[in-house]
Design a protein. Structure first.
Length: 205
């Protein structure tokens, strides 16, 4: 009978060489990066932005698919009506650097101003198996003293395009968070916070 004693050396991430650290990150990018991605925070962020714009939606009614394939995108169901000071509030709550979101708020304000601040929209996700902005069915009406009335095709089209632009904004926010989840910075942080151990070459043990 022969007995062998095998010594296995465990290394913390900080103890690895730069080359081994790079291999460690690459080996775990999928499992601790992309596969651990959770969009919940971004969807709640989108709900708050929507409310500021005048959109009443819930996170459970936002749908998205991604990333990098034809048909990827985001859509939502809910209701829209004019919200006073939306442009100012968007800048205050979500920063002056988000030009896309500010543009959406301004476009909504400009359109509402032309129509007595009385435009309303009902949005629902259509029957398509895809989840992108053009899968949303959007009906638009104008509130008057005598009740709702139909709007012209051009007004409906303009409001529809703005609301679809907001769905595109949601998708880009989700996509950015997904890309960050798989970034070197994010994977490195997860490795360190969870005390992963490796062999000398950066292979997880």
């Amino acid at each position: 009978m022969r007995t062998e004693v095998v010594t296995i050396e465990y290394y913390k991430f900080s103890e690895l060489s730069k080359e081994a650290q790079a291999k460690a990150i690459e080996s775990l990018r999928q499992s601790v990066g992309y596969e651990s991605f959770d969009a919940e925070y971004i969807l709640e962020y989108a709900v708050r932005a929507a409310a500021t714009l005048g959109l009443a939606i819930e996170a459970k009614n936002i749908h998205y698919s991604g990333f990098g394939s034809q048909g990827d995108g985001a859509c939502f169901s809910g209701n829209y009506s004019y919200n006073k000071d939306s442009v100012k509030l968007i800048k205050k709550k979500f920063g002056k650097t988000d030009k896309h979101l500010i543009s959406i708020a301004q476009e909504l304000l400009d359109l509402q101003k032309k129509h007595g601040y009385a435009l309303h929209a009902y949005i629902e996700h259509g029957s398509s198996r895809y989840s992108h902005s053009h899968t949303m069915n959007i009906s638009v009406s104008q509130q008057t003293a005598k009740g709702e009335k139909d709007v012209s095709d051009s007004v409906e089209c303009e409001l529809r395009d703005i609301l679809r632009s907001f769905a595109d904004w949601i998708y880009r926010e989700v996509e950015k968070e997904y890309e960050f989840a798989g970034s070197d910075e994010s994977v490195r942080e997860t490795i360190i916070n969870n005390d992963y151990e490796f062999d000398v070459n950066g292979k997880p043990l």
